[in-house]
Design a protein around this ligand. Structure first.
Ligand code: NAD
Ligand code: IPM
Ligand code: MN
Length: 351
């Protein structure tokens, strides 16, 4: 059965890395006889500026018929409010109810570690970021806008259902892989209402996993400890905004945004696969974008599409590229996007 993949390259370096990612996946598909079909969609700033459309509801219905969405990045300086990006990216996450934002933080080569004495053995954890509520729902509003009396309210929405399902997903992941530790991070000392719900729910779920050592931390302390003792962490679960911030930190600990992959999931449904990075307007068109985050994102997608061996092969070839010094400027190298892509394709062909 052909797996149908909707490609949304988006803005900035999104198209540069999406092109590379799809060519890499096509190479792998050809070599291993995987039936993958890619359809391209033009949602992004260009289209928004042209005709005002972002992501029409009817298109969401069409996207539901795919097996996966492979997404570059959105965000464009010509749309300073970022409204199209919110509509498209948050629209997909919310409307498809992709409540798990799964972001692995794994060091692919010791030389990429920014931490003294911490290498591949110490830097290998995953973050489960809640992806459908928290401070991201847009609930709230402004009053007396533009005046000195302006009031801006951004509501932090935490539902029992939403909190429980992301915590369950984190424990299930740990349990299925024989991992020993799950850490939940919040800010319950300052935010008692949401914190209380998260802590009570965490206690309830963890009781069903007595073999797993669980801990609860304040997010600020976790940020510090991830830098100090990253080896203590295997699975971290947290809310939407804290998860956004801590996953950029996780990326920085493991080679940077040029290597950070993510998957937006709802078990049993189609997933949305995107690198953690954005559209990087500062390097667009310069052939400096690292395509490897997108390729590792492709590996997450392959695993989700039940091609685990191919996913692992792709990850191994990415690691080999990095080890060989096929590095774009973000990794301290001088290679161009196309050179990294070409070598990765070559490694896959000879694998
Ligand atoms: P960014 O991730 O785009 O860039 C941050 C820094 O990392 C920049 O210096 C950039 O050059 C570098 N960088 C990012 N990806 C890289 C790659 N693949 N290779 C080499 N260097 C890379 O974050 P930002 O600058 O805060 O945001 C730019 C735009 O992207 C904004 O509009 C933002 O809202 C949007 N954004 C979108 C997504 C997404 O679509 N998933 C994620 C984050 C930010
Ligand atoms: C990410 C991005 C998005 C987020 C932005 C672009 C809304 O930073 O995917 O990490 O905050 O979720
Ligand atoms: Mn982010």
């Amino acid at each position: 059965m052909t797996k149908r993949i909707a490609v949304i390259p988006g803005d900035g370096i999104g198209p540069e890395v999406a092109r590379a990612g799809v060519r890499v996946l096509e190479t792998l598909a050809k070599k291993r006889n995987l039936a993958l079909a890619f359809d391209w969609f033009d949602y992004g700033a260009e289209r928004y500026l042209r005709d005002g459309t972002t992501l029409p509801d009817a298109d969401i219905e069409n996207l539901r018929s795919y097996d996966a969405i492979f997404f570059g990045a959105v965000g464009d300086p010509r749309v300073p409010g970022g409204e199209h990006a919110r509509d498209i990216l948050l629209g997909l996450r919310f409307k498809l109810d992709l409540y798990v934002n799964f972001r692995p933080c794994k060091l692919y080569d010791d030389s990429l570690s920014p931490l003294k004495g911490k290498g591949q053995k110490e830097l290998d954890f995953v973050i489960f970021r809640e992806n459908t509520e928290g401070l991201y729902t847009g609930a709230g509003g402004v009053f007396k806008k533009g005046t000195l009396d302006e009031i801006a309210i951004e509501e932090d929405i935490n539902t029992r259902k939403g909190v429980e399902r992301i915590i369950r997903a984190a424990f299930a992941y740990a349990s299925e892989r024989g991992l020993k530790r799950v850490c939940m991070a919040d800010k319950a000392n300052a935010m008692q209402h949401s914190g209380g719900l998260w802590r009570r729910t965490f206690s309830l779920v963890k009781a069903q996993y007595p073999q797993i050592e669980s801990s609860v931390m304040y997010i600020d302390a976790l940020a510090m400890d991830l830098v100090r003792r990253p080896e203590r962490y295997q699975v971290i679960v947290t809310g939407n905004l804290f998860g956004d911030i801590i996953t950029d930190l996780g990326a920085a600990l493991t080679g940077g945004l040029g290597l950070a992959a993510s998957a937006n999931l709802h078990p049993g449904r189609l997933g949305l696969f995107e690198p953690v990075h954005g559209s990087a307007p500062d390097i667009v068109g310069k052939e400096q974008a690292n395509p490897l985050a997108m390729c590792l994102t492709g590996a997450l997608m392959l695993r989700h599409l039940h091609y685990p061996a191919e996913a692992t092969l792709l990850e191994e070839c990415v690691a080999r590229c990095v080890r060989e010094g096929l590095r774009t400027p973000d990794l301290g190298g001088t290679k161009r996007t196309g050179e990294v892509e070409a070598r990765l394709i070559q490694l896959l062909e000879i694998a």
